[in-house]
Write a protein that binds this ligand. Structure first.
Ligand SMILES: Nc1ncnc2c1ncn2[C@@H]1O[C@H](COP(=O)(O)OP(=O)(O)OP(=O)(O)O)[C@@H](O)[C@H]1O
Ligand SMILES: [Mg+2]
Length: 248
């Protein structure tokens, strides 16, 4: 890739008619033509029934998986035309990912976990940024602990610090609050939104939880591989009603 600077674009993530078919004896059409535009600095939740294609969508948007058809443009770069090496580098530089199960490495301290993406990219630690981030997430005092010595909410906040340490332009989170109760989950999403706002980051979060979804500015409803609705600043009740509605 010729440039490593983040382009300033009004649209941070653009998906154009994404299709994803998992091959096999009976191919699964997980995404059947999804188009989405996410404004830079926006926080979007993706909701939908189990199997509706949420993880597939997130993985394609983050460059962790390749769509069968369609274009994924992140920060002005079209991911679908990058070679694997360039895609890996792009992800390291511009994208943060938070997983449901934290994926912290058990024998590394919280601090070593947080710094791992920098170590992998051969980048120096920005101590000022690191300490600001840890303060904001409320985990500064936990850095010498092992992941097994943290509560679920603490572990997830450490995982978020790890995703944000490289200051990625876009943060994708797949059920980051899935192992937490609704209140802790919404609090974790609030922290994610707050850092995003301060950093001008774009956040996309998959969740089953209507309370968590309602903490986002926009909720995209997925059903059977298609976007079937957009809700702007919905309440948790509106998200729940939409998820329970017939004709998904
Ligand atoms: N690697 C794979 N190979 C074959 N089919 C897959 C694969 N991954 C997902 N699928 C199928 O694609 C569809 C969408 O799956 P996906 O994981 O995106 O759903 P989801 O909305 O994230 O569900 P959940 O809420 O349960 O996590 C499902 O029918 C699933 O069985
Ligand atoms: Mg999923």
């Amino acid at each position: 890739m010729a440039t490593t600077t983040t382009e300033v674009t009004a649209t941070a993530v653009r998906l154009v008619d994404i299709h994803k078919t998992y091959p096999g004896r009976e191919p699964v059409h997980a995404l059947r033509g999804v188009s989405l535009e996410l404004a830079a600095g926006s926080v979007t939740a993706v909701v939908g029934q189990s199997g509706s294609g949420k993880s597939t969508l997130l993985n394609c948007a983050a460059g962790l998986d390749t769509p069968s058809r369609g274009a994924v443009v992140v920060g002005g770069h079209e991911l679908t035309v990058l070679r694997p090496d360039d895609l890996t580098r792009f992800r390291r530089e511009h994208v943060g990912f938070v997983f449901q199960a934290y994926n912290l490495i058990g024998h590394l301290t919280a601090r070593e976990n947080v710094r791992l993406p920098l170590a992998l990219a051969g980048r120096a630690v920005d101590l000022v940024w690191e300490s600001a981030l840890l303060e904001l997430l409320g985990v500064a005092d936990l850095m010498d602990r092992l992941p097994g010595e943290l509560s679920g909410g603490q572990a997830q906040r450490v995982a978020i610090a790890r995703a944000l340490i490289t200051r990625p332009a876009v943060v994708f989170a797949d059920e980051p609050t899935g192992a937490l109760d609704s209140r802790t989950g919404a609090a974790v999403l609030d922290v994610l939104s707050e850092t995003a706002r301060r950093l001008g980051q774009t956040v996309v979060v998959v969740t089953h939880d209507a309370t968590v979804a309602a903490a986002a500015e926009r909720v995209v409803v997925l059903a059977d591989g298609l976007v079937v609705d957009h809700l702007e600043r919905p309440t948790a009740e509106q998200v729940t009603a939409r998820l329970l509605a017939k004709g998904r």
